[in-house]
Design a protein around this ligand. Sequence first.
Ligand SMILES: [Zn+2]
Length: 156
Amino acid sequence: METKKKLKVSAIRNGTVIDRIPAGQLFHVIEILGLARGDFQMTFGTNLESKVLGVKSIIKISDKFFEEDDVNRIALVAPDAILNIIKDYQVVEKRPVVIPSEICGLVRCLNPRCITNHEPVKTRFTTRMTPGGLVLICHYCEKETGQKNLQIISNN
Ligand SMILES: [Zn+2]
């Protein structure tokens, strides 16, 4: 009985467990992935102990497997995150997120005069790691946007 109860809250049959989300970014991740608007069965935990992060959050989503764009969205706010792909209660893949060298259509340009804020042009940035963290450089206006100021375009 105890085992069964534990299984219900801690395991999912098929889906994705997003591990190693910084504790403060849990709701940000839920928002940018549009998870609150879906009809997904989802559980999450926050302020869990983590050797890597100190404290972390995790999200478990049943019957959900993420596409490339969503994985890149996760990388932007949780660069240490790992996606555990679950099939039939087994972890079949552990996939660390990677910040791609180019990011298209996921982030807004903060330059109000940038063409992407006036024309139906997909935003496009190259990424650079600096001592201060991730920086995105706009392909069109060369405006640099730091990680703290990222305005991520949510998944609809
Ligand atoms: Zn721009």
